[in-house]
Every structure is written in C-alpha cells, then in structure tokens.
Design a protein around this ligand. Structure first.
Ligand code: AMP
Ligand code: MG
Length: 327
C-alpha cells in the first residue's frame, strides 16, 4: 500500500483562507518564506506546537522562531527594546531577533528559556496567512531535523511525505538560506547567532559593534542556539569543501563537483554542477539546498563543494556548507 501524499494548496485567496483556517484550528501547514519553507503552527497552541516537533523529529530543546505581521504583533510576544527602531529597515525580511519573551509564549516555543526568537517575514503568501489567521506562527524549517532545509514545495513533500498533511505551493525561495539571527536579549549587548541574508556589516551599520558567536562557543551553549550545532543542514552523502577558485583535491569513487560557476581553468567533468551563471554568492545560496538535495539522491560517494568569498551572503553560504560537511 502506498503512503498517502501531502495535500498541496495554491496561493489563491480561497486556498490561503483554507490554510489560515487550518492553522487557527490547530493544524500544521508548510508555508513558503523568502528564506526557506517553514512548517507553521499557531505559536500559542500547545497541541499544534507538539505536532511540529513530532513531524520534524526535532528535539524539544530546540526553540522555534515566531513569525508575526509587524512590530505591533511582535510586541504581543516579546518585550520592547529601543534598538528595534534601528532595525526597522530590515523588516519585513530575513532577520530574526532574540528578545525577552512575554508570559503568553509557551515553553515549547522557547525551550523553557526567558527569550523568544521573532521575525517579520516578507513573503506575500506567508504575510497573507498571518493576516488571515490573526495568530503568531511558529515555523521552523519544514524538513526532518538535521537534514537540508527545503527551498521548494516539492522538497517538503519529498522529505516529510504525508507526515506534513498540508503544503502551500509558493515557488522557489528567493534567498535559499535561513534567516540571520541576532540576539538582543541582554541590554547593551548584541550578538550574531547565525549568519544569513542580512549581513553582519549591514546590522553593524545600524546598531554599532555586534559580537559574532563562534562555533566553539555555540557548541558549549548548544541548547541556547541548537541551530548552531556543527552537524546540521546535512545531506547523507559526504561533503568535502575547497576554497573559491581552488582545484578540488583528488578523490576516489563516484564524485560530484558543486561549483559556484563554470571554471574555464578546470577540465569540465561529466558530474560537474553549477550553482550560478556568473559566480554570484546570492544565486549560489538560492540554489545550494536544491542542488545538495538532488545530488544526495544520485548515489555519489562524495560531493566536493566550492566555498564562496567570505563577504555578504557568502558568509551564510559558507556556514551552511561547512555544517553540511561536518561529521
Ligand atoms: P529553524 O527555524 O529550523 O531555522 O531554527 C530556529 C533556530 O532559531 C533554532 O535552532 C535556534 O538556533 C534559534 N532560536 C530560536 N529561538 C531561540 C532563542 N530563544 N534563543 C536563541 N536562539 C533561538
Ligand atoms: Mg531548521
């Protein structure tokens, strides 16, 4: 007997009203955002939140990001912070901020911490569903815990199958890597917990100096930011990294090469795959998870992947690839 499939909804007004109604009545719905697809649930409904953890196989100690429509809705779940005014230009957008939580936010969302991660997403479909449901929506990436995040609706059904009963089709995600996470939960201190589409430099231009939490430090505080665990975003196939423009190391077995762009300096191989036309890190990031997922189904022994220059979104691209390669 074949497994029942997930049901797809379109982004028509009727289907989005249906998605909002499902969320209001305690169901989970996968929704597109500008970063990756999220598995959304009412952030104030314990039964709905419990389903998110079950569907993803996510440890209860990994806190969820709460998505809201605007700063007024944000103030209902998090304590105000004067620094938010300086971040207004990044919202709606791919920026998550960690703040002191309001009492209404369940422990399941925050992993029992006094802080909550909040984001005002930009994707029109996600915003319509926020407006129609009238609820704050907790939405981790819609993938099995630890696997590569989904950047297309089909990735959600491929890896969660019927465990995720509803998926709204919203096309491919623009950024393709998860949101930037900025911790403002302690007065007078700003820390970058996860690099993403909103860069460290852009945030510092508005806020002044921001400390970058290193991988070693985040390992010690693993439950404060488990998205920072070394091995995360990982395909089953082994991944080996090489520097931008370098020659990939010699390797045996069936090897795929994932390159940022065509490389006239390298003899082209039959199993070369290109992430962008011109070598742009933006385009590379947009296609990275899709390519990793495709290559993971093709029986390669090794994926050799080219790093980007470590500036702009290249920092987030390199961060995700480095974690995909961690064993
Ligand atoms: P995901 O939505 O799957 O991209 O993962 C969400 C990530 O947000 C978590 O794994 C944490 O790294 C981070 N996060 C969520 N809530 C908090 C919080 N209260 N404090 C620090 N980090 C958080
Ligand atoms: Mg995730």
């Amino acid at each position: 007997m074949s497994t029942p499939a997930a049901s797809f909804l379109s982004s028509s007004p009727t289907d989005l009203s249906r998605a909002a109604e499902l969320l209001r009545t305690g169901h989970c719905v996968a929704l597109p955002t500008e970063t990756v697809y999220g598995l959304a649930a009412d952030a104030l409904n314990l039964a709905a939140l419990a389903q998110v953890f079950t569907i993803k196989g996510r440890p209860l100690l990994d806190p969820l990001i709460v998505h809201v429509l605007d700063q007024a809705a944000l103030a209902e779940v998090a304590e105000p912070d004067a620094r938010l005014a300086a971040l207004a230009s990044f919202w709606p957008g791919p920026l998550t901020v960690v703040l002191r939580r309001k009492a209404c936010v369940p422990d399941l969302v925050t992993a029992g911490q006094a802080t909550v991660a909040v984001r005002i997403p930009a994707h029109p479909v996600f915003r319509d569903v926020l407006r129609l449901s009238g609820r704050p929506l907790a939405a981790p990436s819609a993938n099995p815990f630890g696997y590569v995040s989904p950047t297309k609706a089909v990735h959600v059904s491929d890896s969660l199958g019927a465990r995720c009963p509803w998926i709204v089709e919203g096309g491919a995600c623009t950024h393709g890597v998860e949101s930037t996470i900025l911790d403002l939960s302690v007065a007078g201190r700003a820390r970058l917990l996860r690099p993403g589409p909103v860069t460290h430099e852009a945030l510092q231009a508005e806020l002044g100096p921001i400390e970058v939490v290193t991988r070693a430090a985040s390992q010690q505080a693993a439950q404060a930011a488990p998205g920072m665990l070394d091995r995360h975003y990982s395909p089953a196939t082994r991944v080996q990294l090489f520097a931008r423009g370098a020659t990939p190391p010699t390797a045996s077995g069936k090897v795929a090469r994932l390159l940022l762009a065509r490389r006239p300096d390298l003899p082209a191989g039959p199993t070369d795959f290109y992430l962008s036309e011109q070598g742009s890190a933006e385009e590379g990031a947009r296609h990275l998870f899709d390519l990793l997922r495709q290559l993971d189904t093709r029986g390669f022994d090794l994926i050799q992947a080219e790093l980007a220059e470590a500036s702009g979104i290249g920092v987030a691209y390199n961060d995700r690839l480095t974690r995909a390669a961690a064993r």
